[in-house]
Ligand binder design. Structure first.
Ligand code: NAP
Length: 323
């Protein structure tokens, strides 16, 4: 299946071209799980066998080491080559003052010479080594101009093939674009049928910035997620009609919107199920029905808001009213 499914992906054009000219596989494996080294490593190995060639990690998750170990084994055995795999990692809030040192740590954890995409994880600057959730005194003023210059240095030094952001509203993208020398290639945000991000997608598409959808299944059983998306009756009806699973309908919808989807599963059956979304289509009627779903942002990130020391005193401020 492995090389065959990767070949299928190729023939079906299931890559997205970034504004750098590089290609990103439209489907990637999420790894936002803490303290589960063996489970993460084994999920990445299974995913590679199933055909995944895109892995999403972050220094904050602590999953870089396990992702890197699984990839290294696959490279050493000759199963895949480095250039066939797309790896994303992210700069955490307490790393804004030195992106170069941060990416060097991430690369060491990943056992890689470069990543394919390096993202500013949140528009949030925090005190070094602060706890999670951050305490009132841990928030620092955001200094995106110097953070982005550091990101640009990482790119210019070849430590990452592309740079981008995550959790940025249209307003924050505009601010960034006003001083960026190198345009962000990606904005990774929550996106699924219940939070379709139409305004942000229009803006990013105009600016040639690719959207990647995190929590595409609504993040069920995570600290930040909910099962409300997977319980949605409209999605259930569509799944039943096509003989597909709920998760497949959700992921297929994202793929058809032209975004990259990043489901997390560490279960072999579900890793496989989630990959089977590249060879069938939703109908126009399905899409119309999905458009009727009431919009609700699941990942609200209240922990990044505080009324005294933080740059964001309310959720409205964090998301610039786009919530
Ligand atoms: N940039 C950011 O700020 C940010 C924020 C959140 C997430 N992310 C990225 O996006 C990735 C995915 O988002 P997420 O982890 O929030 O949640 P998600 O992918 O929306 O959902 C994950 C949950 O769904 C379950 N699941 C997966 N496939 C399933 C299936 N076919 N049927 C039923 N349940 C299924 C998983 O359980 P099992 O493992 O048991 O299958 C897990 O509990 C993260 O891992 C991370 O890489 C980024």
């Amino acid at each position: 299946m492995t090389s065959e499914s990767a070949a299928n992906m190729e023939s079906m054009g299931q890559f997205l071209e970034l504004n750098t000219g590089d290609r990103m596989p439209v489907l990637g494996l999420g790894t936002a799980v803490w303290n589960q080294y063996e489970e993460i490593k084994s999920a990445v190995t299974v995913a590679l066998q199933v055909g995944y060639r895109h892995f999403d990690t972050a220094s904050f998750y602590g999953s870089e080491g396990a992702v890197g170990a699984a990839l290294m084994e696959a490279f050493q055995s000759g199963f895949v080559k480095r250039e066939q795999v797309f790896v994303t990692t992210k700069l955490w809030g307490d790393e804004h003052d030195d992106p170069l040192a941060a990416i060097s740590r991430s690369l060491k954890n990943l056992q890689l010479e470069y990543v394919d995409l390096y993202l500013v994880h949140w528009p949030l600057r925090l005190k070094k080594g602060c706890s999670n959730p951050p305490k009132e005194e841990d928030f620092l003023p955001l200094t995106m101009k110097s953070t982005w210059q550091g990101m640009e240095t990482c790119f210019e030094m070849g430590l990452t093939k592309a740079i981008g952001v995550s959790n940025f509203s249209c307003k924050k993208m505009e601010d960034l674009l006003s001083h960026a020398k190198i345009l962000p290639a990606v904005n990774q945000v929550e996106m699924h049928p219940m939070w379709q991000q139409k305004k942000l997608r229009d803006y990013c598409s105009k600016m040639k910035i690719q959207i990647c959808a995190y929590s595409p299944l609504g993040g069920r059983n995570t600290r930040w997620g909910s099962s409300m998306l997977m319980d949605n009756p409209i999605i259930h009806e569509i799944a039943q009609k096509h003989g597909k699973t709920i998760s497949q309908v959700l992921l297929r919808w994202g793929v058809e919107q032209g975004v990259c989807v990043l489901p997390k599963s560490f279960n072999k059956g579900r890793i496989t199920e989630n990959f089977q979304v590249l060879d069938w289509c939703l109908t126009a009627e399905d899409r119309e029905n999905i458009n009727k779903i009431e919009q609700w942002k699941i990942v609200r990130a209240e922990i990044h808001v505080n009324s005294t020391t933080g740059p964001y005193r309310t959720l409205e401020e964090l998301w610039d009213g786009e919530i």
